[in-house]
Design a protein around this ligand. Structure first.
Ligand code: SF4
Length: 452
């Protein structure tokens, strides 16, 4: 039996095992390692980062390193929320949070020195719940002696329109922010009511946009403004969505991003999406954009981004996300970090209220498999040349038995450098994405779902 035949039979057995396990389709579409977490020590984490930063210096590790700060507070919880946040926006909770971030930054800078990052983003939760003094303090914690962000690099902040003020925008701009994303989600009163989210009114959105515009005028660098929408929400009709998008575009943001609502379980209840297919919502956005002077759009599996013709100085920044291979250094409760080829971990509140980390080690082989799985799950053509440029391995050689099996079953067509998936639906794509992992990972996942 030659090596490929042996591998082929092992891969066929893995597919049988996957079918038998009947895992939920989404298991293999994200970062599988997130599901394999165990307690990891700060020492482990700092060692992973030290090794990655050493590797960056001599070219063994990817250069791209995003820094993400999670602000985990919200005024109230929206019923559809897919993010980790708590309703605890009193002064004490925020002061304690800033203290935790400061302690973490000190530990990191003591162990690692200054860390050069390629972009910064602040999300949540609701970063606009911080007051200007708190924003100044956090900026000092991050940038005085810890992070280095090159001039012109992307620094984005998510804001809620109803808590955005000129003073807060000015504080973020002082910290270096050059992109604001206002979370509108919908301008339909009914859709927001069903989502359990306050309807701040269009005038509140206009004030928030004015706050960003007025403070941008005095900024050293150009500041971009994006508006986020979410679809399909229950209660949103094609007419109300088109109306909301049209009114939002009248405010002349640089871009509008429409995210696909992925139903989530909230306190045991599934918050159902509205009946409108996301593709229809996406078409409504593109249609509204054309006459309003937004001819550029980018569609991905999870979002559609509409842009107007921006000055050349702004345009490249829209293309920076998500860069890959990349690492993510994330601070704050619920934040997820990825030390490329070393480990993946999440920060959580421990029993005593302090921060602890859970995660798992990964290696370069895992990174390659994980990326292949996401490509398969995404049901988009796989560019093998691009894969080789990123991972230094030829996709067809690296995944020869997996590819052969999928081809035999009529699940992919190979057209030159491109591999075109022909899956019936996302659940089937998720099943075949699982095939890209090795047996050891599969069995760890199986144990997890069996509740061991
Ligand atoms: S404001 Fe955003 S992060 Fe907070 S609960 Fe609503 S959707 Fe979630």
């Amino acid at each position: 039996m030659n090596e490929n035949a042996e591998s082929g039979s092992r891969v066929a057995a893995r597919l049988e095992r996957l079918r038998e396990l009947e895992l939920p389709g989404e298991v293999f579409t994200g970062d599988v390692a997130r599901r394999l977490e165990e307690a990891v020590s700060r020492g482990d984490i700092l060692e992973w980062w030290r090794s990655l930063l050493d590797g960056r210096r001599d070219g063994r590790s990817p250069k791209t390193l995003f820094f993400y700060l999670h602000v985990p507070f919200c005024r109230s919880r929206c019923r559809y929320c897919q993010f980790d946040s708590i309703v605890a926006a009193d002064g004490f909770a925020i002061t304690r949070y800033i203290g935790d971030v400061q302690a973490e930054a000190r530990r990191f800078s003591r162990a690692l020195g200054r860390v050069g990052v390629t972009s910064v983003s602040i999300g949540g939760g609701t970063p606009s719940l911080l007051d200007p003094n708190q924003i100044d303090r956090l900026a000092g914690v991050l940038f005085d002696g810890f992070l280095d962000l090159p001039a012109g690099a992307w620094f984005s902040v998510e804001m809620n329109p109803d808590t955005t003020t000129p003073a807060k925008v000015a504080a973020f701009i002082r910290a270096g922010a050059d992109r604001f994303s206002l979370g509108v989600q919908s301008l339909s009163r009914l859709a927001l009511k069903r989502a359990g989210r306050a309807y701040p009114g269009f005038s509140s959105l206009r004030s928030a946009v004015d706050a960003v515009r007025s403070q941008s005028a005095g900024a050293r660098a150009a500041v971009a403004l994006n508006l986020d929408f979410l679809a399909p929400l229950s209660g949103e009709t094609p007419e109300s969505l088109a109306d909301g998008l049209g009114r939002a575009l009248e405010l002349e943001p640089d871009s509008v991003t429409l995210y696909r609502y992925q139903p989530v379980q909230q306190q045991g209840r599934l918050v159902e999406p509205g009946p409108m297919p996301f593709e229809e919502a996406s078409r409504a956005l593109i249609k509204a954009g054309m006459p309003a002077g937004y001819p550029v759009f980018v569609e991905t599996r999870t979002s559609t981004i509409l842009m107007r013709e921006t000055p050349d100085s702004l345009r490249p920044r829209y293309d920076q996300h998500p860069d890959f291979p990349a690492s993510v250094m994330a601070f704050g409760p619920f934040a997820e970090s990825h030390v490329y080829g070393r480990g993946i971990y999440r920060t959580e509140f421990g029993r005593d209220g302090g921060l602890v980390h859970v995660g798992t080690r990964v290696d370069d082989g895992y990174e390659c498999r994980s990326h292949a799985a996401r490509l398969v799950a995404g049901m988009r053509p796989i560019d093998t040349g691009e894969f080789e440029r990123r991972f230094g391995v030829e996709f067809r050689a690296r995944f020869a038995p997996e590819l052969e099996l999928m081809r035999e079953l009529g699940k992919v067509d190979v057209k030159g450098e491109m591999i075109v998936p022909v899956f019936g639906d996302r659940a089937e794509a998720g099943l075949f994405a699982g095939l890209m992992f090795d047996d050891a990972i599969l069995e760890r996942i199986a144990r997890l779902y069996a509740g061991d």
